[in-house]
Write a protein that binds this ligand. Structure first.
Ligand SMILES: C[S@@+](CC[C@H](N)C(=O)[O-])C[C@H]1O[C@@H](n2cnc3c(N)ncnc32)[C@H](O)[C@@H]1O
Length: 277
């Protein structure tokens, strides 16, 4: 299937529970009250507070007449998304964990690739680790395809990741239960993922290269995990010159191959293997 079909396959459809649907209309103010319990911003738990900028913008436009009628646009718009991959409906809960809280294009491209190429790239009973799993879509699809998956991310992102993995794999008679672990790029790699016992068949990584401060740490992590016999599948949307800088270094460190391109999404998928040195 081509990239156009990918868009169809992975089209984003908000799914609302009965309670949420009911509350979408006239009762919006009531949701706000339920969510905040009528509390002011600075009284809310940190996860429910608006980020600084949005809070300022709202206050600049118009001071709220009634504090209780204030509408928290930031967390109200985080929704559930529905996908179909490998014959399963997958529901992804988005969250407020910044980059990790939404599904990125490269994740959809990888899922599509894994599903379409499941014969050649057979994940059944394979040990798979995903870097920067975010919402967990890629790990869920790998798990559905029979892999023994370890999904990883920063400590703050693990709650929603665990939730999505659990709700999409539990009770589905899959071969392996997925695992969720903290992995901060470049930190304590040998202590937490010793090369002798953490030998993976596949490392998956979707959209882990963007404008962040850790390209060296990410490459170090990839190098640590991609041992002889491991295949590293990295998909990325190319946005900045620094993304191409990363690609040049990636090509130098590994034996690489371009597996697929999705021009509409500007996503490329590479396969890399260990290179001595
Ligand atoms: C752009 S998001 C992509 C998420 C997901 N792979 C997807 O494609 O939908 C980048 C991911 O990398 C994670 N990340 C960023 N910096 C990291 C670091 N230093 N160590 C570990 N994970 C990191 C983020 O938390 C986030 O989940």
């Amino acid at each position: 299937m081509d990239a156009e079909c990918l868009e169809c396959m992975s089209c984003v459809q908000p799914v609302l529970s009965a309670a949420e649907e009911e509350s979408c209309g006239e009762g919006d103010d009531e949701i706000v009250d339920n969510e905040t319990g009528g509390l002011q911003q600075d009284q809310l738990p940190e996860t429910l507070q608006l980020w600084g900028d949005e809070k300022d913008i709202i206050c600049d436009i118009e001071p709220p007449l009634k504090p209780k009628a204030w509408v928290p646009t930031v967390y109200a718009c985080f929704d559930k998304e529905q996908y179909w991959f490998a014959g399963y409906q997958i529901t992804i809960q988005e969250s407020i964990e910044g980059y990790a809280g939404v599904v990125w294009h490269a994740a959809k491209a990888v899922c599509h690739y894994l599903e379409e190429n499941r014969e050649e790239l057979n994940l059944k009973n394979k040990k798979v680790l995903e870097l920067g799993s975010g919402t967990g879509l890629v790990s869920i699809v790998a798990c559905i395809l029979g892999a023994e998956v370890t999904a990883t991310d920063l400590p703050d992102c693990l709650g929603n990741l665990r939730y999505n993995l659990s709700r999409n794999t539990k009770g589905k008679s899959l071969l392996h239960k997925p695992e969720v672990r903290e992995l901060v790029w470049g930190q304590d790699l040998e202590a937490n993922f010793p090369k002798s016992s953490c030998l993976y068949d596949y490392i998956l990584a979707a959209d882990v290269v963007y404008h962040h401060m850790y390209p060296d740490e990410l490459l170090e992590t990839m190098k640590h995990l991609c041992q002889p016999g491991t295949e590293l599948i990295w998909a990325n949307k190319f946005r900045f010159n620094t993304d191409y800088d990363f690609l040049s270094r990636f090509n130098m460190l590994f034996e690489t191959e371009l597996l697929a391109e999705f021009p509409d999404l500007e996503v490329k998928i590479f396969k890399a293997k260990h290179k001595a040195g």
